[in-house]
Design a protein around this ligand. Structure first.
Ligand SMILES: Nc1ncnc2c1ncn2[C@@H]1O[C@H](COP(=O)(O)OP(=O)(O)OP(=O)(O)O)[C@@H](O)[C@H]1O
Ligand SMILES: [Mg+2]
Length: 152
């Protein structure tokens, strides 16, 4: 577990950038936290660090955006608008969580227990005027990822 203070937006972008080098195919990152805690901002910092120059839109309506950046196929999901678990079963998104792509998920709790478990989970919260982040690893890879962050 790693707890960080993110005093302003640039700190959230930087956390995303710091997570970028550790992201590899097959890995899953969950971003939890209430509306407006900075989940999409973190993804923006991560994608920029991987060399993505274009916009990073919130996939709230599209549910998923695909980025081909650096060496990665990266899927950015936002399940805020999922109403129940049955939507997951009909969506076909399970296939996206494979060895060939990295998946970042906003609002994983909307899918319930059906979503593949994450390697690393970041829980963002309000700590006005900034934000807080609590990072927890759930797999050996996630632990490695977390320690790479600690050692800077
Ligand atoms: N550390 C921070 N301190 C202050 N403001 C921040 C911080 N990080 C991000 N923000 C701001 O919070 C706002 C919401 O950010 P963002 O859209 O990334 O949230 P989100 O968690 O993705 O929300 P949603 O659940 O609606 O998708 C933005 O205006 C962003 O600039
Ligand atoms: Mg968002």
């Amino acid at each position: 577990m790693l707890n960080l203070k993110l005093p302003d937006e640039s700190a959230t972008l930087q956390l995303g950038a710091n997570l970028a080098p550790g992201l590899a195919p097959g890995h899953v990152l969950w971003l939890r936290g209430e509306l407006g805690t900075g989940k999409t901002t973190l993804v923006r910092g991560l994608l920029r660090a991987l060399g993505h120059a274009g916009a990073v839109k919130s996939p709230t309506y599209t549910l998923v955006e695909l980025y081909s950046v650096s060496r990665l196929n990266l899927y950015h999901f936002d399940f805020y608008r999922f109403k129940d678990r049955s939507e997951w079963l009909t969506s076909g998104f399970r296939e996206y969580f494979g060895a060939d792509s990295a998946c970042i998920v906003e609002w994983p709790e909307r899918v319930g227990g059906l979503l593949p478990p994450p390697d690393l989970e970041v829980a963002l919260g309000f700590e006005e005027p900034g934000r807080s982040a609590a990072l927890a690893a759930h797999t050996p890879f996630g632990q490695h990822w977390l320690s790479s962050l600690r050692s800077g």
